[in-house]
Design a protein around this ligand. Structure first.
Ligand code: GYE
Length: 335
């Protein structure tokens, strides 16, 4: 073989090998990444709407640093269109893995198809999605986060247990999370499941407070006003997160009532602000929902890039904190 022919043969073998390496489907194609190259993770965060969310962001940033993963972080300010833009830009930049916490459940069809076509694995953190074709499972490799229906059930069970009322009517007002978001839908469903078995409990008002303190306060003010005008007594507030409960506590105090006593309050997350409110006697219970997903996410990213198969669903382990354990627990809280 002539020298030139040898070079041509060598080159075409090289091209063939490269092509083969790039052809694998799903998670496997990532095995071609040289071990010494930094893994690039594109992460689209919902925003900074709550203490939970800021703790989640800190966890992800800190864990990426420790894991030596290059993190491209984008904050969507609670807007789906911003998340879609961020995901598209990650696809364009050909990041190794995309992770995101979807602000709402639906509306991801096009962009998740684009990620799939680009063979970039997608990890869902905290919240899940629904696809129009009903096959969401085909568009992400794993979903790590809490069981929100169970959190709603826990809130309901805690309430029924605490109130010890089998017959007397109990009027509940509900502050819902972001409209169309998985935690708002599921936390409502789980709570209602328990109330269905306790028919003296009635949700008399229910509205979104978008998971923020400001909205929680605003909506609670309007609940109090309209209940007064209608001659109804509010016995209980169920808030889909602690921040809305903390905002509502302010509204209740401004209306001359005692939160935690005149109105029993249960919310979800278990952030430090909730523990402080419980210690002050203004919040009665918080159902834990951990935002500390960073380490799990980084190890899943590493496993994926290494070509390992990962579990489709990773559920966060959580508990319930009634006010009487708050003082003892606060020093142990990490968020
Ligand atoms: O409960 C709330 C946050 O998706 C679990 O989003 C998360 C929720 C959390 O804004 O505080």
């Amino acid at each position: 073989m002539s020298k030139w022919k040898k070079i041509t043969v060598a080159l075409s073998i090289g091209v063939m090998m490269l092509t083969l390496a790039g052809c694998g489907g799903g998670a496997k194609q990532e095995t071609s990444k040289p071990v010494d190259k930094k893994i690039i993770l594109g992460f689209s965060q919902i925003g900074a709407e709550s203490e939970w969310r800021t703790a989640n962001t800190e966890s992800i940033k800190a864990s990426a640093k420790t894991a030596g993963i290059e993190l491209k972080f984008s904050d969507a300010q609670q807007k789906q269109e911003n998340q879609i833009k961020a995901l598209r830009s990650f696809i364009q930049q050909k990041v190794d893995v995309i992770a995101f916490s979807p602000v709402v459940e639906t509306g991801w069809d096009a962009v998740l198809q684009e990620a799939k076509d680009a063979k970039i694995p997608v990890i869902l953190t905290d919240r899940s999605v629904k696809m129009s074709n009903g096959k969401a499972d085909d568009y992400y490799v794993t979903f790590m986060g809490s069981d929100f229906v169970e959190e709603g059930r826990r809130a309901g069970k805690w309430l029924v247990d605490f109130m010890k009322k089998d017959k007397d009517p109990v009027n509940v007002v509900e502050l819902q999370g972001t409209v169309g978001s998985a935690p708002a839908i599921d936390r409502k469903a789980g709570f209602e499941e328990i109330l269905k078995q306790n028919t003296n409990y009635k949700i008399i008002k229910s509205q979104t407070g978008d998971f923020t303190r400001a909205k929680g306060k605003e909506v609670m003010e309007s609940f109090l006003k309209s209940a007064k005008a209608e001659g109804q007594k509010i016995d209980v507030l169920y808030a889909h997160n602690d921040d809305m409960a903390i905002g509502a506590i302010q509204a209740i105090e401004e209306a001359g009532l005692k939160p935690g006593k005149d109105i029993i309050i249960v919310s979800i997350d278990g952030v430090k602000g909730a523990f402080e409110a419980m210690i002050a006697g203004k919040l009665n219970a918080s159902i834990e929902c951990s935002p500390l997903l960073g380490d799990q996410l980084m190890s899943a990213v590493k496993d994926l890039v290494a070509g390992k198969t990962i579990e489709k669903r990773i559920v966060t382990k959580e508990s319930v904190f009634p006010a009487d354990v708050a003082a003892k627990e606060l020093p142990n809280r990490k968020y």
